[in-house]
Design a protein around this ligand. Structure first.
Ligand SMILES: Nc1ncnc2c1ncn2[C@@H]1O[C@H](COP(=O)(O)OP(=O)(O)OP(=O)(O)O)[C@@H](O)[C@H]1O
Ligand SMILES: [Mg+2]
Length: 508
């Protein structure tokens, strides 16, 4: 059967997948939310379970079922999780760790993650079937690439790998069909090969693509829902990537603006009224926040529908117009809240300052000759974010934003597999060994067996790179390396020194 690569970008705010067939250039993804008047390339990272913890819905379906079809008392019985990706950041989660749902009750984190991945897997296989005249694809026909934040610990990455196995993407006997890639690298892999037309505006004059000029340094700023990741890559010989710097800012992404909006409402309606609304009408609050998140696409004035029960609770205390008296940036407009452009900009302020500080932090490093700043991620499409970066840094650097900014990670993930020939994939794997072993050595207590394994890996890599020249034995060695490395759950990453050594040795 034709081989297919499927990338999954499990985001804080939005999750999506893309797929491509080996040998074909096209990378596709579904549209989400059309039945609700939306048309987005990813769907909200939101999962709903019934009162018995059985999976019900994911994405827009979960939000809509929870906010529009669930009565107040029933909503409290359901298990709704959103923004849960960050549960894996900075915490030590194990297979039995629990996570708290919106109703305050707990569920196994592994189940929440694996059911989310299972939903994506089933949706993807179904979609692929539609593109192949009904030929049925199963999970084992695909190579899966799961992207994870670069700042995650090895334990968090391992947790995702286990969730993917529990979701049925791969089986324990075939772990090599799962590649865990870092989000900034995937985004970079996508952007560096884009032609001029792939970017919204800005000029890419020196070359047709960034990757064509060896030595070009560029910064990828991934503006997501939760985090802002800034990475500097250099195009090394043969189009490979060299990571020069990386910084991340947690809680600076698009959801920070949503949180600021919520604080503003609490200020306007008073803590007492808003807390009561939040406590008793979680589904209405969810819908309000969702409506507001759409407003972030615009600059200037925006209108947000005020939920019925918030109005009712507020009116019990005083006339609703009185809450807005003397406030020139938020007005009451018969059932809607009118936010001024100044206020909307102010809600973006701390995110934008955060992005500015992260970019500056990197630009202060010496010996960098950065030419481009590439803005990716959904929040990069915000007119405030996009406008700010162009205004602040546009005179010195070429600021480019891909047309499909929010898909850069997931498309890069697919391209990563489609474009990397067998040999190149091996290079990536070898590259990783070094990083992996170091992480492993620093995070585990070691038995003699572990030490022997490291020595084995090093010896084989050494043989592979420097000694084996004939094809047959080279293949045997790579298969052996595969076996060892994949069984140790290697994370794909670029570690420049070893990577280049491999490139040079293999090109000999
Ligand atoms: N057109 C747009 N204009 C402004 N903001 C947008 C737009 N599209 C998406 N966003 C915002 O971008 C954020 C989501 O971006 P993205 O999908 O890249 O995040 P993510 O991958 O889920 O998060 P992370 O990378 O932090 O895990 C949300 O806060 C969303 O409201
Ligand atoms: Mg992201």
């Amino acid at each position: 059967m034709e081989n297919v690569s499927i990338g999954i970008d499990f985001g804080t705010a939005f999750t999506g997948y893309s797929f491509g067939f080996k040998g074909a250039k096209q990378i596709r993804q579904p549209k989400w939310g059309e039945e609700y008047g939306m048309n987005t390339p990813k769907t909200p990272t939101c999962i709903l379970f019934d009162e018995n913890k059985n999976f019900l819905k994911f994405g827009y379906d979960a939000i809509m079922t929870y906010t529009r079809q669930t009565r107040r008392n029933e909503a409290k019985k359901l298990f709704l999780f959103d923004d849960f990706k960050m549960e894996l950041y900075g915490k030590v989660l194990h297979r039995d760790s629990m996570m708290t749902a919106k109703n305050g009750k707990k569920m196994r984190a592994m189940k929440v993650f694996s059911e989310s991945l299972k939903f994506m897997k089933d949706h993807a296989l179904d979609m692929i079937g539609k593109h192949t005249a009904g030929v049925t694809y199963s999970a084992s026909d695909a190579t899966w690439v799961l992207t994870v934040p670069a700042i995650w610990s090895a334990a968090a990455k391992q947790f995702m790998t286990e969730a993917a196995t529990e979701a049925g993407l791969v089986t324990k006997s075939e772990p090599e069909r799962l590649i865990v890639a870092l989000e900034p690298e995937a985004a970079s892999v996508w952007c560096k090969q884009l032609p001029k037309e792939g970017f919204m505006e800005g000029d890419l004059t020196e070359a047709e693509t960034i990757e064509q000029i060896s030595g070009t340094q560029y910064m990828v700023v991934d503006c997501g829902g939760g985090t802002i990741d800034v990475t500097v890559h250099e195009v090394a010989e043969g189009g490979c990537l060299k990571e020069l710097h990386r910084v991340s800012g947690n809680n600076l992404g698009g959801q920070t603006v949503d949180k600021n909006f919520k604080s503003l409402l609490r200020e306007i309606f008073s803590e007492k009224v808003f807390d009561e609304f939040e406590e008793n009408h979680p589904s209405e609050l969810k819908r309000l926040m969702y409506d507001f998140s759409i407003c972030k696409r615009y600059d200037g004035e925006v209108l947000v529908q005020c939920p019925y029960n918030l109005q009712e609770l507020a009116r019990k205390v005083k006339d609703i117009e009185d809450y807005f008296e003397g406030n020139s940036d938020a007005e009451w407009e018969s059932g809607q809240i009118l936010l001024s452009g100044t206020m909307l900009r102010a809600l973006h302020d701390n995110s934008i300052r955060g992005i500015e500080n992260l970019i500056e932090e990197i630009l202060q490093k010496s010996n960098l000759t950065i030419r481009y700043i590439l803005l990716v991620g959904g929040f990069a499409l915000s007119p405030y974010v996009n406008g700010f970066v162009k205004e602040k840094f546009g005179s010195k650097y070429k600021v480019l934003c891909p047309v499909d900014a929010e898909l850069a990670v997931v498309k890069g993930a697919v391209m990563f597999v489609l474009n990397t020939l067998r040999k190149t994939v091996k290079k990536y794997i070898i590259t990783n060994t070094h990083t992996y072993i170091h992480t492993y050595i620093h995070t585990h207590t070691h038995t003699h067996t572990h030490i022997y394994i490291y020595i084995y890996i090093y010896i084989y890599i050494y043989i592979y790179i420097f000694l084996i020249k004939d094809r047959k034995h080279q293949d045997m060695a790579t298969d052996y390396i595969d076996y060892i490395l994949f069984n140790n759950k290697i994370i794909i990453s670029l570690h420049h020194d070893i990577y280049l050594t491999c490139c040079n040795a293999l090109n000999d």
